[in-house]
Ligand binder design. Structure first.
Ligand code: 13P
Length: 279
């Protein structure tokens, strides 16, 4: 059933597990995410990034997600990922997204507070929850996110930010990257612990792809309630496609699409199993 992100993450925080937020861009990514979540009997967050607004019909996509969510046996939330424009946030709220992420991480702390506060007012009036980010996540390989500076989140600033903006969830930058790591991951779990002590709201980990399993489970134990996943799932689909073409198989688009969906499912399952491990 379609469920608010806030309700899903409150349960995760209480029971010390995390929920995967899979980036989706088409029917196959959407179907794969809901299908594996149902098989694993675990909630799931469907996340559409603002950068896909040019290629994905947002209202149509929201209607489709809500229809599939209503049929699903597990809670499903619909989240707007990395939005930089107020117009995109209003558009997502208007068509029923259950949460939005405003990304003001490139601004100074004071500016980020000011802009985020405005978004929180708009979203809360509509009963929609807000995720925001301070510090910024760097970009590794194969990601299509914007480049971030990789500045780690300062716990004192995190507290000030949360107190002054009223955001519902906070994306903490602790050394994960968007995309695959270029070298050894250097993730600061001690910092995560400090952030968790400084703020009470559910914490979000961006850059799930390539993050070692043991780091992920420790991060969940230290307060991460939502993990964003994009690149690793995309790579599985693209590598299926490449292989099929290289083998020179007689291909039809419909087979390619369902083949890609099947290729994405084990990767999504791996993430869900890791995140629910702590229950
Ligand atoms: P990855 O591409 O590293 O999985 O990160 C996704 C993400 O954080 C989207 O917000």
């Amino acid at each position: 059933m379609l469920t608010s992100t806030k309700e899903i993450l409150a349960a995760a925080q209480l029971r010390k597990y995390a929920v995967a937020a899979f980036n989706v861009y088409n029917l196959e990514t959407l179907q794969a995410a809901i299908r594996v979540a149902e098989k694993e009997n675990h909630p799931v967050i469907i996340a559409l990034g603002e950068r896909y607004f040019d290629t994905v019909d947002v209202e149509g996509f929201a209607a489709l997600t809500k229809a599939l969510a209503e049929k699903a046996s597990i809670p499903v939330a619909l989240h707007l990922d990395h939005a930089y424009q107020k117009e995109s946030i209003v558009r997502a709220i208007d068509c029923g997204f259950t949460s939005v992420m405003y990304d003001g991480s490139k601004f100074s702390l004071e500016e980020n507070i000011q802009y985020t506060k405005e978004i929180v007012e708009i979203a809360h009036k509509a009963g929609v929850s807000v995720e925001a980010e301070i510090g910024s996540v760097a970009r590794g390989d194969f990601s299509d996110e914007e480049e971030g500076e990789g500045t780690l989140t300062d716990p004192k600033s995190a507290k000030k930010f949360v107190d002054e903006t009223g955001v519902d969830f906070l994306a903490a930058s602790i050394g994960t990257v968007h995309g695959m790591y270029k070298g050894e991951p250097n993730i600061d779990l001690g910092l995560l612990e400090e952030i968790q002590h400084a703020v009470q709201i559910p914490l979000v980990l961006h850059g799930g792809s390539g993050t070692p399993d043991n780091i992920m489970t420790q991060a969940v134990a230290k307060g991460i309630c939502k993990v964003n996943v994009n690149t690793e799932v995309s790579l599985a689909a693209v590598s299926y496609l490449k292989q099929a073409i290289e083998e020179g198989r007689q291909v039809h688009l419909s087979d390619m699409m369902s083949g890609m969906q099947k290729a994405m499912e084990p990767v999504m399952t791996k993430f869900i199993r890791l995140l629910k491990n702590q229950q």
